[in-house]
Design a protein around this ligand. Structure first.
Ligand SMILES: NC(=O)c1ccc[n+]([C@@H]2O[C@H](COP(=O)([O-])OP(=O)(O)OC[C@H]3O[C@@H](n4cnc5c(N)ncnc54)[C@H](O)[C@@H]3O)[C@@H](O)[C@H]2O)c1
Length: 413
């Protein structure tokens, strides 16, 4: 069977990471890149990596004509418009058969539903990209603990966090474009990976029933005057008038529909984590056993003394969102693999080449969007949201948090 021809729409941070991951994935190539800022540079990087010589396309339609798979790696607020063009191209006979959507699928439930509807109408297979559930550390721990899970009982508590010092592009900081703050941006990762670890082996990723959500959102660092000034100067956003949360935490209770057992996923996310760089930390506990993972612990250490520090030009070469260029640096020998990007792409390529949806579909992406929105609702109202109540579920269908509406100052100050 031929290689899967993938077209990248979006040539920024995640697209570049994915290209590096694809060095370790068989049977696929970056066939085309949609022309936009960064596309020429990405094409040169893809060529230098030895992956392919991608064609740069002037329209999404042209990209869909030469690719089997459109990978949407664009900012959250552009997702629906981009997908409308892909669906139109597919409906009018372009070659495209599959679509990849990065997290978060939608900024609201309504938006995620619209994306699903477009993909279904155009007959496209879908992949929702949530890399953390593909992390080897997570899956190795689950393998190691298989016997304990069977004999002692399943995992009952997962604490999942993802934190760093703040995003790299202005649109992430603007809650009206991004869909909120760190809860929308990274809460989706932690909620998904917690749910995945809590799910019994062999069950569908949506097997557990969400029962209740408690949450809190806060602005702890970037609302302070001197950091607001930094945001204004660096990204042109004004956190005095239009802030987003830089800290979010909460608990989601799930019910096993077969045993009735209640289990909990606790998430904590922040953009005010001033340590070496991005930290994903996950711990999971079942009766009599447990696991713990911290992405900042690496088998590799690099030390740069003050005298030598000036020669280090790019802090992010060490680890994603790295904030330091000297001292003892956490460095990852294979960062794309650590975060699960390699396995995510490999499994998706395998599914699409078999003509199937990926393991995580856009239905699953919609479900994660719904849980994130329920967390915003819980934080706004200061009370537990009952996900078994039909009237709450109806409200969630049209809910948009005040933060995403640009009214976060009323809530966060
Ligand atoms: N899974 C992860 O760990 C992870 C990490 C980072 C980003 N992401 C997700 O990936 C998506 C992109 O994030 P990023 O960090 O790469 O953003 P980015 O700002 O670095 O790059 C965005 C790219 O999209 C292009 N673009 C902007 N508007 C467009 C439009 N209207 N049509 C077509 N292209 C357009 C830009 O030119 C740029 O090439 C986001 O949804 C984000 O949440 C996921």
């Amino acid at each position: 069977m031929d290689s899967l021809r993938i077209g990248f729409i979006g040539s920024g941070f995640i697209a570049r990471f994915m290209a590096v991951a694809m060095q370790q994935v068989r049977d696929c190539e970056v066939t085309a890149i949609y022309r936009r800022s960064g596309s020429e540079q990405l094409a040169a990087e893809v060529k230098a990596l030895g992956l392919s010589e991608p064609r740069i396309c002037d329209s999404i339609r042209e990209l869909c004509e030469v690719c089997d798979t459109a990978a949407v790696f664009t900012p959250n607020h552009t997702r629906v418009a981009v997908m409308e063009e892909i669906a139109e191209a597919a409906a009018s006979g372009a070659a495209v058969r599959n679509v990849i959507g990065e997290k978060p699928l939608g900024r609201t439930v309504q938006e995620a539903r619209r994306l699903l509807e477009l993909a279904a109408k155009a007959g496209l297979k879908t992949a929702y990209f949530e890399n953390q559930i593909y992390m080897n550390a997570v899956n190795n721990a689950l393998d190691q603990l298989r016997d304990q899970r069977r004999t002692m009982g399943e995992v009952v508590l997962v604490r999942a966090t993802e934190e760093h010092a703040g995003p790299h592009e202005a649109w992430f900081w603007d809650p009206t474009r991004q869909g909120g703050g760190v809860l929308c941006d990274m809460g989706c990762h932690s909620i998904a990976v917690a749910r995945y670890i809590l799910t019994p082996e062999g069950k569908d990723p949506m097997f557990l029933e969400p029962v209740a959500v408690q949450a809190d959102t806060a602005l702890l660092k970037w609302g302070q005057a001197r950091y607001r000034d930094q945001l204004r100067a660096r990204f042109g956003v004004d956190y005095a008038t239009t802030p987003a949360e830089d800290f979010a935490t909460g608990i989601i209770t799930f019910r096993n529909p077969e045993s009735g057992q209640l289990v909990r996923g606790q998430f904590t996310n922040s953009w005010m984590y001033d340590k070496q760089g991005l930290r994903v930390s996950i711990d999971a506990h079942g009766p009599g056993y447990g696991m713990e993972f911290n992405s900042l612990r690496s088998p590799l250490e690099v030390f740069v003394g003050d005298e030598a520090a000036e020669s280090v030009a790019d802090a992010e070469r060490a680890v994603e969102k790295s904030t330091a260029t000297r001292g003892l640096l956490a460095v990852h020998p294979n960062e794309v693999d650590l975060y699960g990007y390699t396995t995510e792409m490999r499994k998706t390529v395998d599914s699409f080449r078999r003509g199937e949806n990926a393991y995580l579909t856009w239905e699953y992406g919609l479900e994660i969007t719904r849980l994130v929105q329920a967390a915003y609702m819980a934080a706004e109202r200061g009370k537990t949201i009952d996900l078994t109540d039909d009237s709450v579920l109806r409200e969630l269908e049209i809910y948009q948090s005040p933060i995403a509406q640009g009214k976060g100052a009323e809530l966060l100050y």
